[in-house]
Design a protein around this ligand. Sequence first.
Ligand code: APR
Length: 180
Amino acid sequence: MEWTSSTGRKILLQEGDITCAEADAIVNAANSALAGGGGVDGAIHRAGGPEIMRELDGIRAKTGGCPTGSAVATGAGRLRARYVFHAVGPVYRDGRRGEPELLAACHRKCLEMAEEKGASTIAFPAISTGVYGYPVEEAAEIAIREAKAHLERPDVKLQEITFVLFGRHAHGAYAAALKR
Ligand code: APR
């Protein structure tokens, strides 16, 4: 499933494990302590190796972590990517405590970082839709909206944004959002 912007840039959907994605930058679904965890976080650290956490230790020592709605970049260790962007999505409560804005900010921050680093491809997981409980339909709407807005800009270097989804439900939600 894919979508092409008026400027010829693409959004792609894939089902599977994001650690196998071939992209210049892979987005991690991290926590504000940058402490690692399960889900995407666990998979990326397992596949990428200890270098990634060592870099995060340095960042944490300097900044104390990463605020929700933002992201920090590290190398990708053994992963095929050049960078891992550790994005901190919001924990979903009831959708009326700024969660949508924070989730959108997460995606925008990763897209901006991709431009700063000169990445031409980036792979996102469904941030906040696991442990953080964000309803996947709403999260998909936000993620796709931010991706489309970014790729419609004439000046961006990013050529391709891929969403790597775990399971049919998430894939279906993103496909529906992409069609809208
Ligand atoms: N590849 C792609 N998607 C994955 C993978 C994987 N290897 N593992 C899990 N997912 C999916 C989940 O099914 C969910 O749809 O990624 C989405 C995000 O789920 P989480 O990884 O639980 O991330 P999130 O909901 O953002 O919660 C972040 O969980 O692992 C901890 O340290 C992390 O505290 C942080 C919190």
